[in-house]
Design a protein around this ligand. Structure first.
Ligand code: PNS
Length: 172
């Protein structure tokens, strides 16, 4: 099998709705291994999304503004097509616990089936982030809980503002 010499670039795809410190940790680990990391935000039409793909992109760009090796882009459709567009073959995924394994394994094999050059590299976050998920973070903030130390401060402010707006819609 011939492989393009593109291992200088790794793609970290996800929903990132919103990014949390487990994701940030994985991006730093990936940037330690690969000279260039592209964070790929899936632009799905999910009605459950709290932030638009562009809002998510801006939040992540701001977090990594001082780290030029980290780029943030949105993509739609198949991940493998996004990889091909970038001439990339490496997919980064975070593996938090055994419960992630089955879904991640299926995705890695499907992506390889669709694009044999694709190679998924699994990275594990710091233990303190292994229970973190965007879904839980949103639930905690929606119910008035504090997510300090679980998401970057700027993201926490966006979350709190979004839920404040939802609970207190502007009056005319
Ligand atoms: O953060 P998530 O929601 O676990 O990320 C999932 C993501 C975006 C990596 C996955 O849903 C994806 O790659 N979607 C793009 C569509 C696609 O390529 N599907 C087939 C891959 S198995």
């Amino acid at each position: 099998m011939t492989r393009p010499d593109t291992a200088t670039l790794a793609v970290y795809p996800g929903s990132f709705d919103p990014i949390h410190l487990g994701h940030v940790d994985i991006i730093h680990r990936a940037a330690h291994i690969f000279p260039r990391v592209v964070v790929g935000i899936l632009e799905n039409a999910s009605k459950d999304a709290l932030f638009t793909p562009l809002e998510r992109r801006e939040m992540i760009r701001e977090l990594f503004a001082d780290e030029p090796q980290v780029e943030v882009r949105c993509f739609s459709g198949l991940l493998v097509n996004f990889l091909k567009e970038l001439d990339a073959t490496i997919i980064i995924r975070g593996m938090r616990a055994v419960s992630d394994f089955e879904y991640e394994f299926q995705m890695a094999l499907m992506n390889r089936r669709l694009y044999p050059q694709a190679e998924t590299v699994f990275l594990t976050p710091k233990e303190e982030y292994t229970y973190l998920s965007s879904r839980l973070v949103k639930e905690v903030v929606a119910l008035g809980g504090d997510v300090t130390g679980l998401v970057p401060d700027a993201v926490r402010h966006h979350l709190e503002a979004r839920y404040r707006k939802a609970t207190h819609p502007p009056t005319r």
